[in-house]
Write a protein that binds this ligand. Structure first.
Ligand SMILES: Nc1ncnc2c1ncn2[C@@H]1O[C@H](COP(=O)(O)OP(=O)(O)OP(=O)(O)O)[C@@H](O)[C@H]1O
Length: 219
C-alpha cells in the first residue's frame, strides 16, 4: 500500500526496482494518479502509479535506527533500507519493539558473543546497549524468575536465516546465566544442543519409517 497523500513535485520517495528491490528518488511530475520519479541511479521511471510509491524520510539517521518503531514510516522499503544500512556497518541486530530481527552476517563475528559481552548484557537495561540476542535471553530469563513459571523464546526465519546459530547463542547465554557445568563436565549449552540433536535424529527416523510404510503400501 503506497502513501500518496502528501506527494508533490520534489517529494522524496521509494519506488520498486527489479534489481535492488527499492530505490529512492524524487518526484518530478504528477499526472492524475501517475507520477514520474527521477531515481538516484539516474534512471527516470515514468508512469509509476501513485499507489506504488512510498514516502522516504530523508532526515532519518544515516546509520539507521536500532529500533524500527523509531522510523517515521514503517513500510517495506523503509524497513529494508534501515536493516541494510545497519548491516553495512556490521550491526546485524535491530529491534522492532520487543522483537529482535537478526540478519545472517555470513561470517564469524565472535567479538559479539564472548564472555565480556555476556557480562555487559547481564541484567542490563535494554536502552543502554545495542540490540542483541543476549538481551532477549536476559529478559526471558528474568521474566521466568519473576513470574515463577516457564518462558519461551520463538526463533523463526526461512531456511539458512540463522535460527540454529541464534539458538546456540541463546543457549550459551542462558548457560552463562545458569553459571555452572552440567553432568560429566558438559556445559548446560552442550547438553541442550545434544538434546536438540537427539530430537532431530528421532524426527528423521520417524519420517523414514513413514516413508517406508508408504512405499510398502504402493509397491
Ligand atoms: N549469527 C551468526 N554469526 C555467524 N554466522 C552465522 C550467524 N547466523 C548464521 N550464520 C551462518 O549461516 C549459516 C546458516 O545458519 P543456520 O544453520 O543457523 O540457519 P537455519 O535458519 O538454522 O537453517 P535451516 O532452517 O536450514 O536449518 C551458518 O552455518 C553460519 O555459517
Amino acid at each position: 500500500m503506497g502513501m500518496p497523500a502528501n506527494v508533490e513535485i520534489g517529494s522524496h520517495v521509494w519506488v520498486e526496482d527489479p534489481e535492488v528491490a527499492w530505490i529512492d528518488g524524487i518526484v518530478i511530475n504528477i499526472e492524475q494518479d501517475e507520477v514520474e520519479v527521477q531515481t538516484r541511479d539516474g534512471k527516470t521511471q515514468v508512469a509509476v502509479s501513485l499507489s506504488r510509491i512510498y514516502p522516504n524520510d530523508v532526515e532519518a539517521p544515516s546509520g539507521g535506527v536500532d529500533d524500527m518503531t523509531r522510523l517515521q514510516y514503517l513500510h517495506e522499503p523503509a524497513v529494508l533500507h534501515n536493516l541494510a544500512t545497519r548491516y553495512e556497518i556490521n550491526e546485524i541486530y535491530t529491534y522492532s519493539g520487543n522483537i529482535l530481527i537478526a540478519l545472517n552476517p555470513f561470517q564469524p563475528l565472535s567479538h559479539l558473543y564472548d564472555v565480556y559481552v555476556m557480562e555487559r548484557y547481564k541484567g542490563a537495561l535494554i536502552e543502554g546497549l545495542s540490540p542483541h540476542v543476549f538481551t532477549i535471553a536476559d529478559v526471558a530469563y528474568r521474566e521466568m524468575i519473576k513470574e515463577g513459571r516457564s518462558n519461551s523464546i520463538l526463533v523463526s526465519g526461512e531456511s539458512g536465516a540463522g535460527k540454529t546459530e541464534t539458538t546456540k547463542m541463546l543457549m550459551r547465554y542462558l548457560a552463562y546465566l545458569g553459571g555452572h557445568s552440567g553432568a560429566e563436565g558438559r556445559t548446560v549449552e552442550q547438553q541442550v544442543l545434544e538434546v536438540s540433536r537427539m530430537i532431530y535424529i528421532w524426527f528423521m527416523l520417524v519420517n523414514a519409517l513413514k516413508f517406508y510404510r508408504a512405499y510398502a503400501l504402493f509397491k
